[in-house]
Design a protein around this ligand. Structure first.
Ligand SMILES: Nc1nc2c(ncn2[C@@H]2O[C@H](COP(=O)(O)OP(=O)(O)OP(=O)(O)O)[C@@H](O)[C@H]2O)c(=O)[nH]1
Length: 250
């Protein structure tokens, strides 16, 4: 859903891929911040907008209108480094008899992302059933790489009307190789923050070069041989040639 209330703390960005979004990325680049792009996906009504807004503003505002797909930005500190995060809220996914129905807009958002949050609601079994297919779809749109994904089970405060045991979400996430968070966007900010934070950390580590050019260069410089080894080799050769000489002289 789209946020109705005026949120001055959130910088709202146009859709990914547009000229304005590219300009926004350039600005962030110029500020020298590494950029982490996260898409939030899931069935309709599971609380995607509420989750994004909670993460960005710490507030839960229960009143939203249908989501047109907004892009927001904020900065976070990950292991002493300030990263710029762009979070793309997406329209709810529809399910048809023959599987998922993902619009081209949604596919563009997923391709654009460095990481994905897949949300379901514990009060909606159908939203849980989507997770597997959605995860597969995300990975198909990123061939040749394993995109970091976190599965979020939302509305943990509504236990009296739950249709899915959060434990099932944990098991499924484990099978898919994803991180898992059970949250109540309405009641708990910390869990929401942790879900995004851990994802940013994973992306940040993934993008970190395994070794710096300086390290690589130094590993190419041959190490000086141990004088003892050289000495040993010389003595071994001498002994060998002496033996050869004795053999040929016989
Ligand atoms: N009780 C409770 N309600 C929640 C929670 N999170 C979201 N909601 C409510 O669930 C409804 C749907 O939330 P949205 O954030 O609009 O859901 P969405 O996934 O963005 O929906 P679409 O835009 O249709 O895809 C709203 O009325 C929210 O107030 C939660 O943790 N607990």
């Amino acid at each position: 859903m789209r946020l109705i209330q005026n949120m001055c703390t959130i910088a709202e960005y146009p859709a990914p891929g547009s000229a304005a979004a590219a300009a926004a990325e350039c600005c962030l680049g110029a500020a020298g911040r590494r950029l982490v792009k996260i898409a939030v996906v899931g069935a309709s009504g599971v609380g995607k907008t509420a989750l994004v807004v909670r993460f960005l503003t710490k507030r839960f505002i229960g009143d939203y209108e249908r989501n047109a797909g907004n892009l927001y930005t904020r900065q976070v500190q990950i292991e002493g480094e300030t990263l710029a995060i762009q979070v793309q809220d997406t329209p709810g996914i529809q399910v048809h008899e023959n599987g998922l129905s993902c619009s081209e807009q949604l596919n563009r958002c997923i391709r654009w992302a460095d990481a994905v949050v897949i949300v379901f609601s514990i009060t909606d079994h159908k939203s849980y059933e989507l997770i597997g297919q959605l995860h597969q779809h995300v990975q198909q749109l990123h061939p040749g790489t394993r995109l970091p994904v976190v599965v979020v089970a939302n509305k943990a405060d509504l236990l009296h009307i739950k249709q899915v045991d959060p434990q099932l979400g944990l098991q499924l996430a484990g099978m898919l190789g994803c991180l898992f968070y059970e949250v109540s966007v309405s009641e708990n900010y910390n869990d929401v923050y942790n879900a995004f934070h851990v994802l940013c950390k994973e992306v940040s580590h993934k993008h970190q070069p395994s070794s710096t050019p300086e390290k690589r260069r130094s590993s190419l410089i041959p190490r000086p041989k141990s004088p003892n080894m050289q000495d040993l080799k010389r003595r071994f050769k001498q002994a060998l040639s002496a033996k050869v000489r004795t053999v040929t002289s016989v």
